[in-house]
Design a protein. Structure first.
Length: 298
DNA sequence: CTTACGGCCTGGGTGC
DNA sequence: TGCACCCAGGCCGTAA
């Protein structure tokens, strides 16, 4: 499941070989996850890859327009710069291969490059997404995304969470609040910050928001260092697994002992997602029932 | 406006 | 061996 650390690892891998390459040819298989497949086959050939960046969980491949040589020897006015935006969904893989390499099942896109390598997109479930946008389209696209978790200041973090009545887990997963955090790193961050996933964000103490801000950045940084978490299908741009799944403290560790207190890790649905937590280290929010009881008592 | 929730996309894994 | 079912993450529509 590619989240920020996995996507960052893929991007760093792509950055090692793609910039400067020209796209020769685009071949597509199934295209139902591509906004405008025809635009890819028509506009990408001849483009030069300028750079690869990450926007939350999205990969952005910046493209300089194809140069057209007129019959009279002059060079046509170049078109506008384009950006190929790719979301890996749950099972998407973006890898650089040699054309002769065996093609993995469910490989739907082949981008032939001028150094005789091939960028391939493989996606078993096709929950991924691919679209081509202009420079202005890229700006509009970015407007829908929240803050970058590795760059957000404590002040901004407090502002985005402290005023909200939603559950903290839902906000961590909301890409318009923070870009790039998914289910794994939300659970791991909450555990490290000792905050229960169902807590109302606005009810958290300033100290807890500070802890969460720190935990999110620490977990993401540690995961990038280990090249991401390989749970099911994730591989980097060279096709290698990550290692951070070995360091998960709560995610997919239901009924295993907490690494801090030995209590059994529990799983519950919060914000429609499986949420893993330690019931002792991450105390549950007070329920309505418990609150009214308390009021009666008082 | 904010929040909650259900449904949808697809196919691998599981259990009978 | 086959088959029904569950589940994953993101997104969108709807309801309160």
């Amino acid at each position: 499941m590619p989240e920020l650390p996995e996507v960052e690892t893929v991007v760093r891998g792509l950055r090692a070989s793609l910039p400067g390459r020209f796209i020769r040819e685009v071949r597509l298989g199934k295209t139902d996850f591509i906004d405008d497949p025809v635009a890819l086959t028509e506009r990408l050939p001849g483009c030069r890859i300028a750079g690869v960046t990450r926007l939350g969980k999205f990969i952005c491949i910046g493209l300089d327009p194809a140069i057209e040589f007129k019959p009279n020897g002059s060079v046509a006015s170049p078109g506008e710069c384009l950006n190929l935006i790719i979301h890996l969904g749950m099972t998407g893989q973006l890898t650089v291969r040699h054309p002769g390499d065996q093609v993995a099942g469910h490989t739907h896109c082949f981008f032939s490059l001028d150094d005789h390598s091939e960028l391939r997109y493989t996606d078993i479930r096709r929950f991924g997404r691919m679209l081509l946008v202009s420079e202005s389209g890229l700006a509009a696209f970015q407007n829908h995304l929240g803050a970058e978790p590795l760059e957000i200041t404590l002040e901004d973090f407090r502002a985005r969470f402290g005023s909200r009545r939603a559950r903290v887990k839902a906000l961590l997963l909301d890409q318009s609040v923070l870009r790039g955090v998914g289910n794994i790193y939300a659970d791991e961050s909450l555990f490290r910050a000792r905050i229960h996933p169902a807590r109302i964000a606005a009810s958290l103490a300033q100290k807890q928001l500070t802890e969460l801000h720190r935990a999110v950045r620490e977990v993401l940084t540690a995961a990038i260092r280990l090249r991401g978490s390989s749970i099911s299908d994730y591989v980097d741009a060279e096709g290698n697994n990550g290692e951070f799944q070995l360091r998960h403290r709560v995610y997919q560790r239901e009924s295993k002992p907490c690494v801090r207190c030995k209590e059994k890790i529990r799983r519950m649905i919060v914000a429609g997602r499986s949420s893993h937590y330690c019931p002792r280290c991450q105390p549950a929010p007070r329920t309505q029932k418990a609150r009214s009881k308390k009021i009666k008592k008082a």
